[in-house]
Design a protein. Sequence first.
Length: 43
Amino acid sequence: MSEMEINKPELNIFLPEGILEFFDIVNLSEEGGITKIHLDLEF
């Protein structure tokens, strides 16, 4: 659960508001999903 709180603000800085909403849904669905998508967007 700690990782979720750390990833949340990180996404806020890297991703825009529109994408944040999508990540919110993924956050509730799967924690790993956030990291996977985050890396995909970064690359």
